[in-house]
Each structure stands twice: as structure tokens, then as C-alpha cells.
Design a binder for this molecule. Structure first.
Ligand code: HEC
Ligand code: HEC
Ligand code: HEC
Length: 498
């Protein structure tokens, strides 16, 4: 019971770690944004019946909804925990709900706060319930941004059923809708073009996402930094930064993802880390028999455990650099732990001490007990996931121009990691999926893919992506991991060819 509760706290809490980079405080609310159709085809259904132009958080807000939130804190302005989405993508409600599920420390349920913020007296908000919501086929208020690219948005379900589809297609065609579907998207079931893959594409530092629960560690002089290795070791040892810098360095290429995300999240990064292999340090201090986990303490207060077997993996590092740049305070420098195979919360910022423990005998439970027990569900991983990186949804291209679509696929499998084996793209609401097989590679790095698509003609297309791993696990449509907010619908990309 108690453990279960803790697990929830911990999971919600820790998308922690990507801490990065200069924040841009852009203009806060760009109401002017709201007039375009945001990539939807322009027709009576989208413009008049559904009013897609006035709906969704981003129709009023610019790229960020949290930049302004420091006004909710006392004293000096502080950043909201969701500090930065990856790849300069706008914040979306889906990125908020992975934390804001009402677990202690992970953020309150958003409904009351967001309703009040917009409906309190004298607010500039001029929308209504349907600015943010849609009512689904079961009559529930759902978030418009979650469901807007699903067919049932226009009130019909079962479009993908073989019996219903021809009837609806005929109905829609008779009323002049493009190629048969009510929203007017042009269907492309063939998806001509080839796909290439790479695991070596690195996320530039400026595109790395940032989420943190303990803020930025305050500035620290390099000479003040000290790392202690203690607990079940033969020789408790302290290392200065210089001692670590003078040791043999190694590089480790790893993909990291927030542990609680929807499909298509920009909270993913493939990085080159450089630093001191943890294995050598652990061998030097001598790990005693019985130790099976590392209990990590960070200078900012964050603590968690990592299983010893993963810490001993040659790819696990005490990282001093990311993409060849020294880690700043903001990035959790000077020394950050990068264990092979962990989710975001295991990338502790500014490591203070590493305590070797026997997890079964551990009395004091660290906040994140994630690492200790391989039986825990999140140790089984969070399932295959995939998304689009470029171009931005809503992009317009001229007919005949090459359309190069970039994206990623990754299965963060925990102890059970398996490489991605296929990427699937659909251009017809998921009725058909074209499979692009990929030679299984390193499971700890993403499959970055480039699809050189030849659209069949003019129109506004809606593409979807999903993926499968070598063990045959398909990207889940229901959350396979307790932190992930529902629904788990595949990521969408809208492109207009004109
Ligand atoms: C129709 C336009 C509109 C829509 C749609 C909208 N907002 Fe807002 N929002 C506003 C305005 C205007 C304010 C400023 C309210 C005030 O006067 O204090 C605001 C304020 C906020 C704030 C307070 C911080 C700030 O930036 O001032 C948050 C957080 C927020 N909105 C989140 C959301 C989320 C999440 C959604 C989607 C679920 C959403 N909004 C949808 C117009 C909108
Ligand atoms: C990584 C977790 C996380 C993410 C992601 C996140 N939040 Fe938060 N949020 C929190 C936590 C924790 C708090 C509690 C207050 C604090 O210490 O900042 C909070 C506080 C807030 C508050 C003030 C609530 C109140 O009643 O005081 C608002 C509003 C808010 N968040 C909106 C958002 C929006 C909108 C998004 C998405 C764009 C978002 N948050 C994404 C964790 C998160
Ligand atoms: C500015 C955006 C916004 C507006 C406007 C808005 N809502 Fe919401 N609503 C939200 C958010 C955000 C949630 C939280 C979703 C979640 O936690 O999954 C929510 C949740 C809900 C829920 C589910 C509550 C629950 O138990 O989780 C209902 C019902 C709801 N809203 C009804 C309404 C109604 C009725 C209106 C109009 C009077 C309205 N909302 C206007 C943003 C909005």
C-alpha cells in the first residue's frame, strides 16, 4: 500500500531531469494567432461546424503557457517545472497532464486551476468550454487538442470499419468533401517514397528538452565540488572535480526520454555524453558482497536508486560533458550521473554521493526507488513510441517539391529493451499502415528516420506514425505505463500541398 503510493509519487515526479539551456521568454499570449485554420482543410465542417481556428490551448497562447507562471510564486520569479519542450515545439496540454495528475509534488490536477484562471472575473479570456474541450462520442469532455485529428471529431465513430467506411465516403463525397472524409483531408493510402534511418543523429543542445522538479542547482565553484562514494564499499572515497577530469574519459551515446509522455512527444533527446566510466570508479572503491543498487544523492535534494548491474555497464558514466560541451549549473554540472538504460529521473543533476546499498535491507526509502526492483512495472519499460520532428505540422509546400519528413522511434524498454524493427506511416486515418522495416540496431539509441514522401497531388494530408520493436510490441494505444496520460493516440503531422 505504502509502496504503491510512493511509486506513484515517484513516477509523476520524475520526468525530472533535463535541465537545460537558456530560456526564451517570448511574448506571453499571442491572441492574434487564433485566426488561421492551423493546417486543417478549409471547408464548412472545419471552419463553421467545428471552428477549428478558435480551439485548443495554442490557438490563444503562443508557444508557452508556463512562461508566465512565476507570478504564482512568492519572492523572486521562479521557472515553472516544465522549463522547455524539445526542438522548439510549442507546449501542448498533453505535456502538462503527464505531471499534473494530482499526485503530491508532481503538480495539482489542472482542471480547477485552468478553469479558474480563465473564468475568474476581469479576465481577458473570451472563449467558452469548446475553446479547450470537445465532447467525444461517449459524451465526455475531452481535450480538443487530444482528439482534433481523430475522425470521431465530427461525430462519427467506426470510420475505420470496412462496412461503414464506404457509406461515409459516399455520403461525404456527395456533399463535396475532399476525397470522401468529412474533415476534408486528402487521403494517401499508398505513401510513395523511401525511408532512410540513422542512430547517429544527435540532438543539438539547444533542442534538448528540460523538465525539473528541484530547480536549477545554485552556482558552485569547481574547486568546491566533491563526490563521495560510500555505503557497502571497501574504501569510502571522495573525488574532486580535478581528480575526475584527470581520469580516463569515455563517450557514451544514449537516447533519453521523459518517463511519462504521450506518443510523439518532443521530450526526447539522443546525446553524446563524455566522462568517467562508473565501472572503474566502483571497482576502485571495491563494492562489497550483498550490494545490489546505488542510492544516489544530488546536491539539489533529489535522490533515487540505480541497479548495480546497470551501473556496471561500460556505457554508464559520471558525465562531465554533453555533446562535447562542459555541463553548466543549469545542466546539472559539473558532474551528472548518466546510467545506461534509465528514464529521465535517473539522470541526476550535480551528483553529491553514491551509496552502495542492499536494496532489500534498505530502511530509508529514497524518493525514487525506481532502480531497485526489476519487477516494478516501469522497469519493464514504457513501450515503443514514435513521433515527427520536421517539418512543423501545418507546413505548406508546392506541388512537385520534395517533401522530406523527419522523425524518431524508440522503445525505452528498461531491463527488457528491444530495438525498433519497423516504422509505420498512415495517410488515411490509420486504415492502412505502410511498414518501413529497419535493421535492428542499438536499443539504447533512437531510430531517427527520414521519409522522402511523394504526395499524389494537391491537398491537405494528415499523416500518422507508429512503431514496433523486435519483440513484436506495437506502440500501445492505451498507456502501458502508469504515468502516461490517456489517450495514447499516434502522433499526427499535417502537410498541405498547393
Ligand atoms: C480563447 C483563448 C484561450 C484559450 C483557448 C486558452 N487560454 Fe489560457 N489564457 C487565456 C488568457 C486571455 C489568459 C490570461 C487570463 C488573465 O486575464 O489572467 C490565459 C491564462 C492562462 C494561464 C495563466 C498563465 C498565463 O500565461 O497567464 C495558463 C497556465 C493557461 N492560460 C493555460 C491554458 C491551457 C492549458 C489551455 C488549453 C487547455 C488554455 N490556456 C487555453 C486565453 C486562452
Ligand atoms: C514536470 C512536471 C510538470 C509539467 C510537465 C507541468 N507542470 Fe505545472 N506544475 C508542476 C508542479 C510540481 C507544480 C506545483 C507548484 C510548483 O512548485 O511549481 C505546478 C504548478 C502549476 C500551476 C499552478 C497551479 C496552482 O494551482 O498553483 C499551473 C497553472 C501549471 N502548473 C500549469 C501547467 C501547464 C499549463 C503545463 C503544460 C504546458 C504544466 N503546468 C506542465 C509540475 C509540472
Ligand atoms: C482554458 C481551457 C478550458 C476551458 C475554457 C474549459 N476547460 Fe474544462 N478542463 C480544462 C483542463 C485543462 C482540464 C483538465 C483535464 C485533465 O486533467 O485531464 C479540464 C477538465 C474538465 C472536465 C473534467 C474534469 C475532471 O474531472 O477531470 C470537465 C467536465 C470540464 N473540464 C468541463 C468544462 C466546461 C463545462 C467548461 C465550460 C464552462 C470548461 N470545461 C471550460 C480546460 C478548460
Amino acid at each position: 500500500m505504502k509502496k504503491h503510493y510512493l511509486i506513484k509519487v515517484v513516477r509523476m515526479f520524475f520526468c525530472v531531469m533535463f535541465i537545460w539551456v537558456a530560456l526564451e521568454y517570448s511574448e506571453n499570449i499571442a491572441l492574434a494567432d487564433s485566426k488561421g485554420l492551423k493546417g486543417f482543410p478549409d471547408n464548412a465542417v472545419t471552419r463553421e461546424a467545428l471552428q477549428v481556428q478558435n480551439r485548443g490551448c495554442n490557438s490563444c497562447h503562443g508557444k508557452s503557457m508556463t512562461n508566465n507562471l512565476e507570478k504564482f510564486k512568492d519572492g523572486e520569479p521562479k521557472l515553472h517545472i516544465m522549463a522547455k519542450t524539445g526542438y522548439g515545439k510549442p507546449e501542448e496540454i498533453g505535456h502538462c497532464l503527464n505531471c499534473h495528475q494530482g499526485f503530491p509534488l508532481a503538480g495539482p490536477k489542472l482542471a480547477a486551476t485552468i478553469h479558474t484562471m480563465h473564468y475568474k472575473e476581469k479576465t481577458a479570456f473570451q472563449g467558452d468550454c469548446f475553446s479547450c474541450h470537445h465532447i467525444d462520442n461517449k459524451g465526455n469532455y475531452v481535450m480538443w487538442d487530444d482528439i482534433k485529428y481523430e475522425l470521431e471529431v465530427y461525430g462519427y465513430s467506426g470510420y475505420d470499419s470496412k462496412d461503414i467506411r464506404p457509406v461515409l465516403d459516399k455520403w461525404a463525397k456527395e456533399r463535396g468533401f475532399n476525397k470522401g472524409n468529412q474533415l476534408g483531408f486528402t487521403m494517401d493510402s499508398a505513401l510513395k517514397g523511401d525511408m532512410t534511418f540513422s542512430q547517429d543523429v544527435i540532438t543539438p543542445v539547444k533542442d534538448i528538452f528540460a523538465m525539473r522538479n528541484f530547480g536549477t542547482p545554485p552556482p558552485m565553484k569547481p574547486e568546491d565540488y566533491l563526490l563521495t562514494i560510500k555505503g557497502l564499499v571497501n574504501k569510502e572515497t571522495k573525488y574532486t572535480l580535478n581528480q575526475l577530469k584527470n581520469r580516463k574519459q569515455a563517450d557514451s551515446y544514449l537516447t533519453h526520454m521523459c518517463g511519462s509522455v504521450k506518443p510523439g512527444t518532443p521530450q526526447i533527446a539522443n546525446l553524446k555524453w563524455s566522462g568517467v566510466p562508473l565501472k572503474g570508479v566502483l571497482e576502485e572503491v571495491g563494492v562489497k558482497k550483498g550490494a545490489d543498487a546505488l542510492y544516489i544523492h544530488c546536491y539539489d535534494g533529489w535522490e533515487y536508486t540505480v541497479p548495480l548491474v546497470r551501473a556496471l555497464n561500460p556505457r554508464s558514466l559520471l558525465a562531465l560533458k554533453v555533446n562535447d560541451e562542459e555541463l553548466s549549473d543549469w545542466e546539472g554540472g559539473p558532474v551528472r550521473l548518466v546510467p545506461m538504460g534509465g528514464l529521465g529521473w535517473e539522470l541526476g543533476l550535480r551528483i553529491k554521493s553514491i551509496e552502495l546499498i542492499d536494496a532489500k535491507k534498505q530502511k530509508q526509502v529514497p524518493l525514487a526507488i525506481a532502480g531497485a526492483s526489476p519487477e516494478e512495472p516501469w522497469q519493464q519499460g514504457i513501450g515503443p513510441n514514435s513521433g515527427f520532428l520536421a517539418p512543423d505540422s501545418g507546413t505548406r509546400v508546392n506541388q512537385g517539391d520534395p517533401v522530406i519528413i523527419e522523425g524518431w522511434a524508440f522503445a525505452k524498454g528498461g531491463i527488457d529493451t528491444s530495438p525498433i524493427s519497423k516504422i509505420y506511416i498512415s495517410g488515411d486515418y490509420g486504415t492502412k499502415w505502410r511498414a518501413f522495416p529497419v535493421k535492428p540496431g542499438d536499443p539504447e539509441r533512437w531510430q531517427y528516420w527520414k521519409f522522402n514522401w511523394q504526395p499524389p497531388g494537391k491537398g491537405t494530408y494528415l499523416l500518422k506514425v507508429k512503431t514496433i520493436d523486435l519483440k513484436g510490441r506495437m506502440q500501445p494505444t492505451k498507456s502501458s505505463y502508469p504515468f502516461m496520460p490517456e489517450p495514447q493516440l499516434p502522433a499526427n503531422l499535417v502537410i498541405t500541398v498547393e
